[in-house]
Write a protein that binds this ligand. Structure first.
Ligand SMILES: Cc1ncc(COP(=O)(O)O)c(C=O)c1O
Length: 379
């Protein structure tokens, strides 16, 4: 049954449990058919109240900071991997406590920490992030291979041998990509790093594999994994964030005010686009609104805006079938990956609640963030 939004408060991020399970089942299929290991990138989705479900399907988590590593260790368990552009000396012991795989971003970083990690009482498998110098990404903001990038080691710094103690090769160059972009990337990587792959035990293909999007060619992905496992005798790891939570939930909001602003129907919602859906402004992109179309003219077109002082705190113009009224609910689609983890308390704006629409068709409120959460991050 579809969600009954009358049961969901406003404003609220609400995850649809059945849709999350569907995505996880696709990932389980990929793992079973290919032998790859899939872990959750916490930077993209970190709603730990649903980790008991995610844990039934995925092998663990990957972190990009000590905070995420601890969250993965305490709330998910199983394997905890990490990759950070830089690890800190005063955090590294704790990082090693939580993690069983660590990927280093540069040879400087590896030199700095290799003695500590190789002599640690627990076995930690170490890898290097490489820069394939190939990414099918249009904007530099999202291109890890742009000239002057700080992300990963290029082949001219690596030579013919993986450094002693390094067992894995990691790359991350995809973003909401299909398997054919992956294949083209892998062919470049083989050309540049093939000799190093033969020395590795594992290869981490990073995130950006949108295998839960309709039309994704799962068979092709599975054949690529099998090919690389066989050819290089490596374990293949993938660490998607977006694909796990793709189209699994919503942000509900309410119309607080509507007025004419020089011929445009300006709407003030009880959320803020810049603080609760920042990617809509940063990326930028225009999210889908349930029951509305993406058109920009006419009597029934409205400009949906938020509570912050930012003049551009609006998500765009939408047309509705009926005139909007104060008190109407507006529901934004696909708000689980990245959106939830990136919210802020700018302007002290009230944070949306967080809840789950359970598989047995009832709403469960998980948390309401109030004044204390706002105050805790101030001095
Ligand atoms: C190193 C690394 N791994 C995994 C991911 C997750 O990517 P996605 O959420 O696009 O699958 C990211 C995202 O930026 C990343 O930087």
């Amino acid at each position: 049954m579809p969600i009954d939004f009358t049961q969901v408060p406003s404003a609220c991020f609400v995850l649809e449990e059945a849709k999350l399970r569907r995505n996880l089942e696709i990932m389980q299929y990929v793992q079973q058919q290919s032998g790859a290991k899939i872990i959750l990138a916490l930077k993209g989705f970190a709603m730990f109240s649903v980790f008991p479900l995610v844990r039934q399907y995925l092998h663990g988590t990957t972190a990009s900071s000590l905070n995420e590593a601890r969250l993965g260790y305490e709330e998910f368990g199983d394997e905890v991997h990490a990759y950070c552009p830089a690890y800190f000396s005063d955090e590294f012991d704790e990082m090693m406590r939580y993690c069983n795989h660590l990927t280093f971003n540069s040879l400087n970083q590896w030199d700095k920490f290799k003695t500590q990690v190789l002599h640690h009482s627990k076995k930690i498998s170490c890898g290097l992030r490489v820069n394939p110098e190939y990414a099918e990404v249009d904007t530099d903001l999202y291109n890890p291979c742009a000239v002057g990038t700080r992300l990963g080691i290029s082949i001219d710094h690596l030579g013919n041998q993986l450094p002693e103690g390094i067992e894995g090769v990691h790359f991350h160059t995809l973003c909401e990509s299909d398997s054919h972009t992956l294949e083209r990337t892998l062919r470049v990587i083989e050309g540049r790093f093939g000799h190093l792959l033969r020395q590795a035990k594992w290869m981490n293909w990073g995130g950006g594999h949108l295998m839960t999007r309709e039309g994704y060619d799962l068979g092709h992905l599975i054949s690529l994994v099998k090919e690389f496992q066989e050819k290089y005798q490596v374990e293949i790891i993938m660490e998607p964030g977006s694909a796990v939570a793709w189209e699994t939930g919503y942000l509900t909001s309410t119309v607080e005010d509507i007025f004419d602003s020089k011929g445009i129907n300006a709407v003030v919602l009880d959320i803020s686009i810049s603080t609760h859906m920042p990617d809509c402004i940063e990326m930028p992109y225009k999210p889908k609104v349930l029951g509305a179309t993406d058109t920009v003219s006419g009597q029934l077109a409205y400009r949906l805006g938020g509570l912050s002082c930012l003049a551009g705190d609006y998500v765009g113009d939408y047309s509705f079938e009926q005139p909007l009224e104060i008190g109407d609910k507006i529901v934004f689609n696909d708000m689980m990956h990245y959106t939830m983890v990136k919210t802020t308390f700018f302007n002290g704006v009230r944070h949306p609640s967080i809840g789950i629409w359970r598989e047995d068709d009832h709403f469960e409120l998980v948390t309401q963030l109030g004044y204390q959460a706002f105050k805790d991050k101030l001095s």
